[in-house]
Design a protein around this ligand. Structure first.
Ligand SMILES: N[C@@H](CCC(=O)N[C@@H](CS)C(=O)NCC(=O)O)C(=O)O
Length: 210
């Protein structure tokens, strides 16, 4: 199945990173098309591929699939052997719940700490609402790690869509130098050691260098 994933800047586009990591997990044969964001013609370029004018969008032979969560579900259906969601029903429900929470929440974290993979600098001050988001994220991670630690270092032991969804959060916590509890710090390290994340991260650093 020939696929194309349209993404934004690797350094800044957190939603694109999620989509690309799920494509990698699926082992899909997929070409990456990058549209630079924040340019005068970005919107026109994005609208060539995406009905929402946003990335990521997955171009399939049957048509476009947009929004990172829809892309993840589509790939999970097309590549069942890749086991993109946890196999256990209860774990899968929890994975879907935390991905949905990520997808529709954490707005304070997102607006005060936009993803910038090349950054290595704390905010001058952490607003209370950002700290509240961080506390909730750390609680989610600690809960998953406590339950699923025996099968691996990712949220549900083996790597899954949930890790793709939380990887830009892990990157924000590191690049904004947020002090973290031990379990959260270990999970951030797991994300940075994930080969697919590392490839994206290195490409982002090159992209910023220009
Ligand atoms: N909920 C969407 C969000 C997509 C989104 O906001 N993408 C940003 C880049 S990270 C974008 O395309 N921005 C371009 C614009 O808004 O003009 C998803 O999960 O894919």
């Amino acid at each position: 199945m020939a696929l194309q994933l349209v993404i934004g800047d690797k350094n800044y586009s957190s939603w694109s990173l999620r989509g690309a990591l799920v494509v990698d997990l699926a082992g899909a044969d997929c070409e990456e098309l990058r549209v630079r964001l924040f340019q005068p013609d970005s919107r026109a370029q994005l609208l060539r591929y995406s009905p929402t004018g946003k990335v990521p969008v997955l171009l399939t032979e049957q048509g476009a699939v947009w929004d990172s969560l829809a892309i993840a579900e589509y790939l999970a259906e097309c590549y069942p052997e890749a086991q993109l969601w946890p196999q256990d029903c209860q774990a899968r429900a929890l994975a879907r719940s935390i991905c949905a929470e990520m997808h529709s929440g954490f707005t304070a974290l997102r607006s005060h700490m936009p993803m910038d993979l090349a950054r290595d600098k704390a905010l001058a001050e952490l607003p209370d609402e950002v700290q509240a988001d961080i506390d909730r994220i750390c609680a989610i991670w600690a809960g998953c790690r406590e339950r699923y630690a025996s099968t691996g270092n990712y949220l549900f032991g083996q790597v899954s869509i949930a890790d793709a969804f939380f990887s830009p959060v892990a990157a924000r916590l590191r690049s904004y130098r947020v002090a973290l509890p031990t379990a959260a710090a270990a999970y951030v390290e797991t994300i940075y050691r994930w080969p697919a994340f590392q490839r994206w991260y290195q490409a982002a650093l090159q992209e910023v260098k220009g």
